[in-house]
Design a protein around this ligand. Structure first.
Ligand code: ADP
Ligand code: MG
Length: 398
């Protein structure tokens, strides 16, 4: 890795500002999945053992520069305290007097969690001066910076990027190191034997990654609602299936600009669809979607075909579910690909919020070589050929 990591510097006795990705899913004030909190523990514990005071900052949801109680990190502080063998101190603000007081009262090796950075508009501001002014205040109590928020590292925000202008050294945490090392294998992969599987809903968000991957993969398998955008772009009937104008425009862009590589792209040959008025479900060939029907999954023939290709791959990167997996039986396509990934002896990586939720729910996450904690970040890392803005801002290794 060409960036300094936390092991490369002396943190003992230092006040360390550490950016973490604690953007956990919540329902009625309860954390429904604490994977992201657990993922930060190795670096937190490492710093404490070094005798550093760990000042954690993070965002939760999109409060848009205002104090929105539903987006408070207080429940995260409680869960973190349970996971550490020690109480984490929660501070009701991320800058100013309250923070200074808590930092002043803390012992080396204590852990402090600051309130949601996105309660301030400066955190995500496009106005660079405003962003940097906020970053300077956020950095004020600390002496060095650790970025362990892989899932937020594609953002040039105050807490991921701006603070590096005010603190030194600035290094990567152990989670960021692991993510970068493992995802680099996907960036370095080349055909033959390199397979990408892309699905989910929004083609417009994934155009960049499709363009980056298409010339390098042996096959790009398309599933999920993403496939219907390509169908529609080719004037096929998609009935009531999820298919936005933006997605179709994205698909047209790919068809028009990537013509040299389209023979490596595979689309579903059959679908599993549901009648929107009667609720009846049936399989149909790809060109058999009828008005009044909603294609919610790839069909059995496609599942078998995709699974076979995935099983024999050397490197597989997967993002985006193959169908509306939240509603069985439309989880079958996603399940077929997930099982095939598990059976594949090659190197397999899954990235993406919903794809990761799907394999976790199916109990197959442990079968993968790497499950990325960052959806957007993992896609952008691949799209940018192995760089992310918040990682680039860290100190170079010597
Ligand atoms: P990820 O978070 O893994 O990148 P996306 O956010 O792009 O994936 O898309 C995930 C969502 O797409 C899921 O909620 C899934 O139910 C939905 N989806 C996938 N295929 C279909 C489909 N054929 N019809 C309706 N929804 C679908
Ligand atoms: Mg998603």
């Amino acid at each position: 890795m060409n960036k300094k990591i936390v092991r490369d510097v002396d943190a003992s006795g230092k006040r360390v500002l550490m950016r973490v990705d604690f953007n956990v899913p919540m329902e009625d004030g309860q954390i429904t999945d604490d994977t992201r909190i657990r993922a930060a523990l190795p670096t937190i514990n490492y710093l404490r053992e070094e005798g550093a005071l760990v000042i954690l900052c993070a965002h939760l949801g999109r409060p848009k520069g205002q104090i929105v109680p539903e987006h408070s990190l207080a429940p995260v502080a409680a869960r973190l305290s349970g996971l550490l063998d020690d109480e984490a101190t929660f501070v009701d603000d991320c800058l100013g007097e309250q923070v200074a007081e808590a930092v002043g009262a803390a012992q080396p090796d204590d852990v402090i969690l600051l309130e949601n950075t996105r309660y301030y508009p400066g955190e995500t501001s496009k106005d660079k001066q405003e962003m940097l002014a906020f970053a300077e205040k956020l950095a004020a109590p600390a002496q060095m910076y650790v970025n362990d928020a892989f899932g937020a590292s594609h953002r040039k925000h105050a807490s991921t990027f701006g603070v590096t202008k005010f603190l030194s050294p600035c290094v990567a945490g152990l989670l960021v190191e692991e993510e970068l090392t493992k995802l680099q294998c996907v960036v370095d992969a080349d055909q033959p034997g390199f397979i990408a599987v892309l699905g989910g809903a929004k083609v417009e968000d994934k155009i960049g990654v499709v363009k980056q991957l298409l010339p390098r993969v042996e096959s790009l398998l398309i599933g999920g609602a993403m496939a219907w955008a390509f169908f529609k772009a080719e004037d096929m009937e998609v009935g009531e299936s999820l298919c936005t104008e933006e997605s179709v425009a994205g698909a047209r862009d790919i068809l028009a600009t990537m013509s040299d590589y389209l023979d490596t792209m595979m689309l579903p040959v059959d679908v599993h669809m549901k009648n929107v008025s009667t609720g009846e479900t049936k399989y149909a060939p790809a060109d058999g979607i009828e008005p009044g029907w909603d294609a919610l999954d790839i069909g059995p023939e496609t599942q078998q075909k995709y699974a076979e290709i995935v099983r024999s791959a050397q490197v597989v990167f997967w993002n985006g579910p193959m169908g509306y997996f939240e509603e069985p039986p439309f989880d079958q396509g996603t399940l077929a690909v997930a099982k095939a990934m598990g059976e594949c002896a090659g190197y397999n990586v899954v990235g993406g919020g919903d794809s990761v939720a799907a394999i976790t729910q199916m109990g197959l996450a442990d079968e993968m070589d790497h499950v990325s904690t960052g959806g957007g970040a993992s896609l952008e890392f691949i799209e940018n050929n192995g760089t992310l803005p918040a990682v680039e801002a860290l100190d170079d290794s010597e």
